[in-house]
Ligand binder design. Structure first.
Ligand code: ATP
Ligand code: MG
Ligand code: MG
Ligand code: MG
Length: 484
């Protein structure tokens, strides 16, 4: 089933159940706490908090999302895109757990001939908040549990999990609540038995039903926050990963191989002369390229331009990682002019404005690739002279200080240095490199502590990142992550 068809079925189903279809908000939503929209509920936040009255009781959408915190997962797991689309249905003080669970069950397991997704009910697992994790739910979320039993899910396929998995919030202050998730068992060839609690690769999370009932603050982690009090109403907020459902229904192995994404991998194969599926290292690079090219397209489409701070820095990083991955696939000529139009052709089926704006979008992307190529050229000159120095002194190893300098001054990620040194027959003193990185990090930490600065917004994160000489991300969702 094509991704576009899943999207169509989603909206038709919930429209048929009295939901107003609301178009996706832009990725740059005006929320001071977030870099990008990271969930379908973001545009509806004021309704949940009771700050504004919703003009409808029920809504449905397919929301564009970016989660920068997932960047490290891309290509390595089967299921994380930096850009993805979240199907959502929402109730603002209208229906609650019972109906939300009934709708979900019908849409997931109803027959494809009748307009549903047609998953085998025996492959569906669900999770609810387990006992002992939240003072209001000493026995866990019994109510959700009972509704799942009522629709026919056997007790052995319902798992109780902790706040980490079964409480949802935005990663910052705002609405929150216990949640219940739907997983599809991909089969024993993908991992061991034991349900989602045991293996989230075999048991793929497709849909999260959030029971938005509390206002929370002081959010430090998924399971570390303070409850302010109940929201004015009991609300429903769900999010289904469109690409995840597409990858299951298209019979492919991961979300980078779906109809909207895979053509970029094919084009990358053509220009690199390498084959996707030949070895694991290259496969990750192909997937990173396809994901990052698409995310960059969508971000520039929504008005982001590359820069050194906040949103612009995220875009810069995505574009550079895409170009670098192509470089590691052996492509030294400009790559984006070959790849970006392919992604645009796919995505413009759902977002026709991308076609209209493509000359602006592509100019921004291609200019960034050119700038990065110049950086690479200067870095390569430094690397080459270091390599010939090392060789003439008979060393087979490039010093950690050189790798550090390339990282610090020229933004060379360590894997690029490793690859380029290897091409010239040298290894790299990685331990020395890591020691220097560690020292720099410790210095920056001490500085930051001395400053005792809050990190409530993206610019503060960027400052920290600059100080650390490596990327620190405000994910607006997960905790702050850093990457060497
Ligand atoms: P995971 O545990 O797999 O990282 P999550 O629990 O962080 O997912 P939720 O916050 O519950 O995800 O988001 C709702 C739904 O959005 C998920 O059930 C999933 O289908 C989809 N989703 C979340 N993150 C991504 C992503 N990075 N790429 C694609 N789909 C995603
Ligand atoms: Mg996640
Ligand atoms: Mg999860
Ligand atoms: Mg989830």
């Amino acid at each position: 089933m094509e991704t576009a068809e899943i999207r169509r079925r989603w909206l038709a189903y919930f429209e048929g159940k009295g939901h107003t279809v609301v178009p996706s908000a832009p990725l740059l939503y005006d929320d001071p706490n977030l870099l990008f929209v990271n969930a379908g509920m973001v545009p509806f936040k004021p309704y949940f908090l009771g700050q504004e009255t919703a003009p409808y009781k029920r809504a449905t959408s397919v929301q564009k999302c970016v989660r920068t915190g997932d960047i490290e997962e891309v290509g390595k797991t089967t299921r994380h895109g930096t850009f993805f689309q979240m199907n959502g249905n929402f109730s603002f003080g209208d229906y609650f757990k019972k109906k939300a669970i009934r709708y979900a069950w019908e849409f997931v397991t109803g027959r494809q001939e009748d307009g549903f997704l047609g998953f085998d009910p025996d492959k569906v697992w669900v999770t609810v908040l387990g006992p002992g994790y939240h003072p209001d739910y000493p026995e866990g979320d019994k109510e959700a549990y009972d509704h799942w039993i009522a629709v026919g899910v056997p007790a052995e396929r319902i798992q109780g999990r902790s706040l980490k998995d079964n409480y949802w919030h935005m990663g910052v202050e705002g609405p929150g609540g216990p949640c219940s998730e739907i997983y599809i068992d991909r089969g024993p060839e993908y991992g061991a038995d034991g349900g989602p609690e045991a293996d989230e690769d075999r048991f793929l999370e497709i849909w999260n039903l959030v029971f938005q009932t509390e206002e929370i603050t002081d959010v430090k982690a998924k399971d570390d926050f303070r409850v302010v009090g109940p929201l004015p109403a009991k609300n429903i907020d769900t999010g289904m990963g469109l690409e995840r459902v597409a990858f299951l229904l298209q019979g492919v192995d991961n979300l980078y191989e779906i109809d909207e994404v895979y053509p970029v991998i094919e084009r990358a194969e053509q220009i690199s002369g390498r084959r996707y599926g030949a070895n694991d290292g290259d496969d990750v690079r192909f997937r990173v390229v396809a994901d990052h090219v698409r995310s960059s397209l969508m971000l520039i489409g929504d008005g982001v331009t590359p820069g050194n701070e906040g949103r612009g820095y995220v875009l810069r990083r995505l574009l550079r990682r895409a170009v670098r991955s192509m470089r590691l696939l052996g492509v030294t000529t400009p790559a984006l002019p070959a790849l970006l139009p392919v992604s645009m052709e796919q995505m413009s089926r759902s977002y026709p404005e991308l076609k209209r704006d493509f000359s602006r979008i592509s100019q921004i992307a291609y200019a960034e690739e050119e700038a990065f190529r110049r950086t690479l050229t200067s870095g390569t000159t430094i690397l080459d002279s270091a390599v010939s120095q090392a060789k003439s002194s008979g060393a087979r190893v490039l010093g950690g200080d050189k790798a550090f300098q390339l990282h610090d001054t020229y933004g060379f990620p360590i894997d690029l240095t490793l690859e380029m040194a290897a091409e010239q027959g040298l290894s790299v003193d990685e331990e020395g490199f890591r020691r220097l990185m560690g020292e720099q990090r410790a210095r920056a930490k001490a500085d930051a502590q001395a400053k005792k600065q809050g990190h409530g917004d993206a610019s503060a994160y960027r400052e920290l990142a600059d100080a650390l000489g490596h990327a620190v991300e405000f994910t607006g969702y997960d905790e702050v992550r850093s990457e060497a």
